[in-house]
Design a protein. Structure first.
Length: 143
């Protein structure tokens, strides 16, 4: 069974151990268009060019629905993973402390997400696109 870690952050060695100590495939770009076809799940990864907000490339990935996905992801992507039927969907848990003015996140464990139910409607305004959110997160990460 394959394990995938979706985050720009470095994988904590304790998390690797908690996941069985094997190889973990890391995806650092912004994910969109998660969907299932048969026994596979496909998604697109947006990769920005270094030090810019322009899209360098969009890569399409295919993984087994039996995979383990560990994701630092907004709620809408968590729902997309579950709706696509990923077998095991995990969210890393962390604590946060500020050292010399910089936030330090420490891994503490994994939570398995089984179901999310949200009943919502747009109240006012327009939601930002996934590309806008990607550029925003990348700018914060690179600063």
């Amino acid at each position: 069974m394959s394990v995938y870690f979706f985050s720009r952050h470095k994988i904590d060695p304790k998390m690797v151990e908690d996941l069985g100590g094997g190889a973990i495939n890391q995806v650092r770009g912004t994910i969109k268009d998660i969907r299932r076809t048969g026994d596979t799940i496909t998604f697109s990864e947006i990769i920005l060019a270094q030090d810019t907000d322009s899209v360098q490339e969009i890569v399409c990935h295919t993984i087994s629905a039996d995979s383990i996905v560990v994701a630092v992801a907004p709620l809408n992507l968590q729902i997309d993973w579950l709706n696509a039927g990923i077998r095991t969907f995990l969210i890393p848990q962390t604590t946060r402390e500020v050292v010399d003015g910089e936030p330090i996140f420490s891994y503490t464990g994994l939570v398995r997400i089984k179901r999310i139910i949200i009943d919502k409607e747009q109240w006012v305004g327009v939601s930002p696109t996934i590309e806008q959110k990607h550029a925003e997160r990348s700018a914060l990460h690179n600063s």
